[in-house]
Design a protein around this ligand. Structure first.
Ligand code: ADP
Length: 260
């Protein structure tokens, strides 16, 4: 917004003052466009599994009515698509919940070690199923940050989950914690396909994916990093992404230490 004072003189030579304010609409138009795109993308993401569910039901009620072998296949397909919709709705709700509270900074004293232990046990079964290992490296001293335990758990669950999804078979995912004078830094490091540089700046946009088909096949909603970004910014922290194609990626979160 810019404001100008314009002095006008008329014949009576009495001064007339006019205040002109100019509003730059570019930002608000951009926000509006983002909202429209978001609703369109979310509807599209929900419509795809729904269409598969409807198709499967029609087949089960029609041509495959008495085909017990087909029943098995269709039921498991319907289960997978229902889970996909449910995950998407959970992520959409998380995102809107975080956005509502975005401007209030969480203030609990949170033990980062406990958060990471929790993430590790939440995700251990999945990593074992995938034939991968997770190694968490904590400093010997306890590390406290100011924040919200559940939201920080969500941040590192999403990052470790991505590391599992996009890393090489049988590889190890490392979670490293460093403590600085005023902040703690947690890095989630994978050995995997990496991310081409031109995508890095857009990864935290909602529904942005490097390879949509691959992400969907792996159970991704395209919202994980958008959720991470919002939570980290609510904590007055920073997310940094480094990646080398063919080698792997490091997602680091810097958080102000408790008391900073
Ligand atoms: P998704 O549900 O698709 O994983 P995210 O928002 O979590 O959505 O991530 C967005 C995209 O960023 C992913 O689709 C993937 O292309 C890329 N990505 C995220 N994490 C990694 C990683 N550790 N290695 C390689 N690519 C990644």
């Amino acid at each position: 917004v810019a404001a100008y004072i314009v002095n006008l003189k008329d014949e009576s030579s009495e001064g007339l003052r006019l205040i002109v304010t100019l509003h730059d609409l570019t930002e608000s138009r951009r926000m509006q466009q983002m909202r429209v795109d978001f609703v369109a993308n979310a509807s599209h993401e929900l419509r795809t599994p729904l269409a598969i569910l409807i198709g499967a039901l029609e087949t089960l009620m029609g041509p495959a009515r008495n085909d017990l072998e087909a029943h098995k296949r269709f039921f498991s397909m319907m289960q997978a698509q229902s889970l996909r919709m449910s995950q998407l709705i959970d992520d959409l709700l998380s995102l809107s919940h975080i956005e509502i509270n975005e401007h209030s900074r969480p203030s609990d004293r949170v033990d980062l070690g406990k958060v990471l232990q929790g993430v590790n046990s939440l995700i251990k079964a999945k990593s074992t199923d995938m034939g991968k290992t997770i190694a968490v490296q904590m400093p010997t001293d306890e590390v406290f940050v100011t924040g919200d335990f559940d939201q920080l758990t969500q941040v590192f669950t999403n990052l470790v989950d991505n590391a599992l999804k996009y890393s090489f078979e049988k590889s190890e995912i490392r979670v490293e914690v460093e403590i600085g004078a005023r902040e703690a830094r947690v890095s989630v490091i994978d050995e995997g396909e990496g991310i081409p540089e031109e995508h890095l700046s857009r990864l935290t946009e909602r529904f942005y994916r490097v390879d949509s088909d691959r992400s969907r096949k792996l159970g991704g909603t395209g919202l994980g990093l958008a959720i991470v970004k919002h939570i980290v910014s609510r904590h007055r922290g920073h997310l940094e992404i480094d990646s080398v194609v063919g080698k792997g990626s490091t997602f680091s979160v810097r958080l102000p230490s408790s008391g900073a």
